[in-house]
Design a protein around this ligand. Structure first.
Ligand code: SF4
Length: 71
Protein backbone atom coordinates (compact mmCIF):
# COMPACT_ATOMS: atom_id res chain seq x y z
CA UNK A 1 0.00 0.00 0.00
CA UNK A 2 1.41 3.44 -0.88
CA UNK A 3 2.52 5.43 2.17
CA UNK A 4 0.01 8.26 1.60
CA UNK A 5 -2.88 5.80 1.46
CA UNK A 6 -1.62 3.99 4.54
CA UNK A 7 -1.59 7.21 6.59
CA UNK A 8 -5.02 8.25 5.29
CA UNK A 9 -6.39 4.88 6.40
CA UNK A 10 -4.71 5.17 9.78
CA UNK A 11 -6.14 8.64 10.44
CA UNK A 12 -9.57 7.46 9.28
CA UNK A 13 -9.33 4.55 11.74
CA UNK A 14 -8.43 6.96 14.55
CA UNK A 15 -11.23 9.40 13.65
CA UNK A 16 -13.77 6.59 13.54
CA UNK A 17 -12.91 5.07 16.90
CA UNK A 18 -15.96 5.12 19.17
CA UNK A 19 -15.69 8.06 21.57
CA UNK A 20 -15.70 5.78 24.61
CA UNK A 21 -12.67 3.90 23.24
CA UNK A 22 -10.73 6.96 22.12
CA UNK A 23 -8.01 8.55 24.24
CA UNK A 24 -8.92 12.03 25.44
CA UNK A 25 -7.16 14.71 23.34
CA UNK A 26 -4.76 16.06 25.99
CA UNK A 27 -3.78 12.56 27.09
CA UNK A 28 -3.26 11.58 23.44
CA UNK A 29 -0.88 14.49 22.92
CA UNK A 30 0.96 13.65 26.16
CA UNK A 31 1.42 10.06 25.01
CA UNK A 32 2.81 11.10 21.66
CA UNK A 33 5.14 13.65 23.28
CA UNK A 34 6.61 10.83 25.39
CA UNK A 35 7.01 8.61 22.33
CA UNK A 36 8.81 11.41 20.48
CA UNK A 37 11.41 11.45 23.25
CA UNK A 38 11.80 7.67 23.32
CA UNK A 39 14.75 5.88 21.70
CA UNK A 40 12.41 3.04 20.66
CA UNK A 41 10.52 5.28 18.23
CA UNK A 42 11.53 4.77 14.60
CA UNK A 43 9.64 6.36 11.71
CA UNK A 44 6.45 6.60 13.74
CA UNK A 45 6.67 2.98 14.84
CA UNK A 46 7.44 1.63 18.29
CA UNK A 47 10.23 -0.93 18.05
CA UNK A 48 9.02 -2.60 21.25
CA UNK A 49 5.59 -3.64 19.97
CA UNK A 50 5.68 -2.91 16.23
CA UNK A 51 2.70 -0.56 16.43
CA UNK A 52 2.40 2.85 14.89
CA UNK A 53 2.30 4.96 18.03
CA UNK A 54 -0.32 7.40 16.71
CA UNK A 55 -2.69 4.47 16.36
CA UNK A 56 -1.76 2.71 19.61
CA UNK A 57 -1.91 5.91 21.65
CA UNK A 58 -5.36 6.73 20.25
CA UNK A 59 -6.94 3.71 21.95
CA UNK A 60 -7.65 4.59 25.58
CA UNK A 61 -7.00 1.13 27.07
CA UNK A 62 -3.67 0.66 25.29
CA UNK A 63 -0.42 1.43 27.05
CA UNK A 64 3.25 1.79 26.27
CA UNK A 65 4.60 -1.81 26.05
CA UNK A 66 7.69 -1.21 28.20
CA UNK A 67 7.71 -2.93 31.58
CA UNK A 68 8.22 0.57 33.02
CA UNK A 69 5.41 2.14 31.00
CA UNK A 70 5.89 5.69 29.83
CA UNK A 71 2.15 6.08 29.40
S1 SF4 B 1 5.03 3.23 23.11
FE1 SF4 B 1 6.54 3.37 24.78
S2 SF4 B 1 8.33 2.20 24.08
FE2 SF4 B 1 7.05 2.63 22.30
S3 SF4 B 1 7.87 4.52 21.43
FE3 SF4 B 1 6.21 5.11 22.81
S4 SF4 B 1 7.17 5.52 24.79
FE4 SF4 B 1 8.65 4.35 23.54
Amino acid sequence: MPEKEFYENMYLYIRNLPEDEKTERTEYENRLAKCRQCSSLLNGMCRECGCFVEMRAAVRVRHCPLSRKRW
